[in-house]
Ligand binder design. Structure first.
Ligand code: MG
Ligand code: MG
Length: 341
């Protein structure tokens, strides 16, 4: 069977405005370059998107993981887009490109990478996740839920092709060592580690047969000049269906807004918020109130409005008498004057 590699390679090469989002010219620029690469046959297909200020290049190709040609292609696009970012005076232009020279692989140079090589099934449902203003450990919670929690993924219990469970490759980012733990057998050991998501990061999940199911970008491990680089804004590739969690089971963990590190200045704990690509602008918005972070306020406003409307002509829905002077009140009072005893 034909093998195909899915590469998701991302970098922050300039924010619009501040660190909040992506200028459309950057996306257009990247698409043009990848159209050319597709024309030449370097890649099979591609999709360009963004999460916040991160440019995500999603590629399929036949060159395998860590392919120099693919990494060089993406690196050159990031360099090129940085020029566009500089012209547009975008914020932090080229901030994730930590070297002037490409050296065979973008890992360690700033960009984030998640890649998997698969034997493509008749239909290959794949979901690409991208997060901004948070760290690679952010995928620990949902990956555990998808592949180990039977209350999330009922398939673990009732689907014979999933009943064996899955293997988790967990990276200790301080020791730069990986341990493989099997679920359900070693579930509690796994949880002890991955519950500390700033220390242990799930790098990948496989079926017990070795077939890859999910991979994450774990570039936090790359130390350069004594500091972590490309530490934020992880991506993840998850395969679904046919012996793997159903699409609904892969999405289910995001129905809870779990806590992650990152947020403003990369220095806080905050809730992970699932949003559409259109809404992937992690700030209070530029189209000032179009942002879903105001949804709660809108919900509160509607609830309060419904409640108070039901008071009808009673205060406090109706303003007090002193404010009723220009309504029917004076006429009513005049009419009733002689009736008051
Ligand atoms: Mg930025
Ligand atoms: Mg970012």
């Amino acid at each position: 069977m034909d093998k195909i590699t899915i590469s998701v390679i991302k970098a922050d090469i300039g924010g619009y405005v501040g660190h909040s989002s992506m200028h459309p010219n950057i996306i257009t620029n990247a698409i043009q370059s990848l159209e050319k690469a597709k024309g030449k046959g370097t890649i099979v297909d591609f999709h360009v998107t963004h999460c916040g200020d991160d440019l995500d290049l999603i590629l399929t190709h036949r060159l395998g993981e860590n392919a120099g040609d693919i990494h060089k292609l993406c690196w050159d696009i990031f360099v090129d887009c940085t020029e566009v970012a500089k012209e547009l005076k975008l914020y932090g232009a080229g901030q994730d490109l930590l070297s002037d020279a490409f050296s065979g692989n973008v890992k360690g140079l700033g960009p984030g990478v998640a890649e998997m090589t698969i034997e493509e099934r008749k239909s290959e449902p794949v979901i690409i996740f991208a997060a901004d203003k948070t760290s690679p450990g952010s995928w620990n919670f949902p990956l555990y839920k998808m592949f180990a929690d039977p209350f999330n993924t009922i398939g673990l219990v009732i689907d014979p092709s999933m009943h064996e469970g899955f293997s988790f490759d967990v990276l200790d980012i301080f020791e730069n060592k990986t341990v493989t733990l099997n679920c359900p057998e070693e579930m509690y050991d796994l949880l002890v580690l991955i519950g500390a998501s700033e220390h242990y990061i799930i790098k990948g999940v496989r079926k017990k047969t070795g077939q890859i199911a999910a991979v994450t970008s774990t570039q936090k491990v790359n130390l350069m000049a004594g500091r972590y680089v490309g530490k934020d804004d992880p991506v993840m590739i998850v395969r679904c269906q046919s012996g793997l969690p159903a699409v609904g089971e892969v999405l289910e963990p995001f129905s809870m807004s779990y806590m992650v590190t990152g947020w403003m200045r990369g220095s806080h704990w905050g809730p992970f918020m699932p949003v559409s690509v259109e809404d992937a602008n992690p700030t209070r918005p530029r189209d000032m109130f179009a942002d879903p972070s105001y949804d709660l306020a809108r919900n509160q406003a509607n609830e309060v409005a419904n409640y108070i409307r039901r008071h009808g002509p009673f205060e406090p829905q109706r303003l007090p008498l002193s404010d009723m002077e220009y309504t029917t009140l004076p006429q009513v009072l005049k009419k009733l004057k002689d009736k008051f005893k």
